[in-house]
Design a protein around this ligand. Sequence first.
Ligand code: GCO
Ligand code: MG
Length: 402
Amino acid sequence: MKITNAKVIVCSPGRNFVTLKIYTDQGVYGLGDATLNGMEKAVVSYLEDYCIPSLIGKDPRNTEDIWQYFYRGVYWRRGAVSMTAVSAIDMALWDIKGKMLNTPLYNLLGGKSREKVMVYCHANGKDLSETMEKVGSEINKGFKAVRVQSGVPGIEHTYGVSKDSKFYEPAHKGLPHEESWETSKYLNFVPTLFKKVRELYGDNIHLLHDAHHRCSPIEASRLAQELEPYHLFWLEDPVSGELQEGLRLIRQHSTTPIAIGEVFNSIYDYTTLITEQLIDYIRMPLVHGGGITHLLKVAAMASVYQINTGFHGATDLSPVNLAAAIHFNTAVNNFGIQEYMPHQEIVNEVFKTNYRFDDGFLTIDDSPGIGVDIDEKAALKFPYSMARLPVNRKTDGTMFNW
Ligand code: GCO
Ligand code: MG
């Protein structure tokens, strides 16, 4: 069996998505998500210039060898752009494998460990009272787990709060726009936010929060400690992850569970965090973390240390990634939770999906492979539209983490 061709499809039904389609001499093709928010074209170029020419002629069944070819075989390895390309190739090859064997992807990953996967949704509002309303409406939709983000008094821009009440989309058209930030105000406010949610909605709902890399290790320790009475499911990205040792301080001070790594792209970003048990959930998604082949290894390593998965699943990851993630989450023993922000309705004009949300859980059907298809004619109606993630400055102008 041979790979005969591969092409990259870029479309923008409401937002940009990059999809890799790999063709074989058996008439079967596979799809992989290659979307990296705001850097879409860099991934397209790496796939088209570097990867696709070397893919042609290879046997698509050799997922391990092809993964190693584009990871170990590449001198300038790792990094978000190249690992997103590797992920897309890997996902498309597993899709082909499932289709050739006429079986859904989860069967190739160990079969079903569960029938359905618990997801968490987003509730956010410009202030405390709007956020409380949103939490209530998400619980009414059936969600068992809610990520709560709110505008903070005195801060002009808070991460995680939508401009439009329907969809949260952090990328803005054109060049990066600048936001401003003050950690002290944020730290003073967040415990009040969670106190209020627990008062209004009780203890039976899982609560999550994303600090989006904005605290120093000691600030994050204070936050995690002050949130303890509200029993969060997790506190996400409390610090920027480059300094793995930074997580030690948080652990020394608090029992709030920690999730990290949506911006990671290899197992080497996690070694200290996992082996020292400094975290509780791995966030690195299939689309940015080397695909199924690599995440199977990361999840296996994490399982030894009783750390679970909690994959990134914002709307800037395509339906192909989400479906693949549901297969993965259905199969591995150490599944924790899956982030789920439903895509805009218009996305369904391009992507034909095979998953279903019901009462707080997602399920996947038995279509072979990943089970998502792309309507290329429909994709042509939505051409690429340049958009970038914001940059962030402290109120005195100092460049900071977004
Ligand atoms: C999350 C994330 C997202 C990212 C976004 C960047 O937890 O869902 O932090 O909101 O910021 O995916 O493109
Ligand atoms: Mg996040």
